[in-house]
Design a protein around this ligand. Sequence first.
Ligand SMILES: [Zn+2]
Length: 343
Amino acid sequence: MKLNFGVKENGTVILGSKVACDGMIDEKMETLVFSHAHRDHLEHNYIANAYTLDKSVVMTEETRLLAATYGNTNLETNFHLQTVNPQEALNFNDYSVELFEAKHILGSVQILVDYKKEGKFLYSGDFGAEVINIPESDFLVIDSTYSEMFNKNSWSQESAFNELRQEINSAIQESPVFIVGDPGVLEIALHELAFWDKIPKIISRDKEKKWANIYKSKNFDLPVVLSEESDEEEVRSLKFENYIQTAHNRKNIGDNPGGKVFVLKNFGIDRHEPINKINTNQYLVGLSSHAYGESLFKYIEKVNPSVIVTDYFRGKNNAKTLATSIEKEMGIKTYSSTEVEIT
Ligand SMILES: [Zn+2]
């Protein structure tokens, strides 16, 4: 199918003739917009590439701050980035760009491009089930990461956090506790645990420390994070007693960290319990920052598009299944991005 929007093989999302998102912009386009700071959406070399081609680069301030915690360029001074708040339209010659809160991680947005001639294009980006401000659009590129899950959880996110709080409270009486979660998921979990008046300091690495400080600056309730890399002495003294250590990546705590490990994952739909004991020291905890099932359909209903493309690049297992079920359930023409030739 030939369309003027979709997702290229390298993951770049194309919205009409002028705007690219979350990837490499090419010569013939004008503006590159980023949906959020996860690395399957944003790398510094995408921005450097746009800069060398003299293109505008747009993102939220929170995304810029979070993306500055990785990569090797200085996003504060390099590349003339343009930061914009949600729902403040940026006007260009024959189109405008507007961002809408996506409730996935801090700073994450949906991207709406409104052309005078071509119509409206929306890229959902990754979005959470609680997303509220959903714009109408003629054409939609939708995240398909968790789309194959059409059953409801047998438990709520809130009860999952309550159970996790109890488990960690009792685990830390006996041994150190390690909490591993993807960027954004980890910080929300720490915020929800809300026992940092009792445990004011935890241990992590530089990147997690920076993410914690950014979330704290936006009024999230997180503890002081000491970095093994840059606060060595204080970390050593904290380790005289049982402590909490966190990581964005399982690798960073080693194979046998000597304590109880809680791995936060985007699952839970097929499981009956939010917290699953894998062995004596390992727990898998179901938490989600992606919308799935019913809430995906509700999202699409609000957008009310005439054609949809599902993102195969970031949802290889689900893009085709999702496209088929949207067509069947909602009667809207839907293609997996692999079926689309972008013109
Ligand atoms: Zn993401």
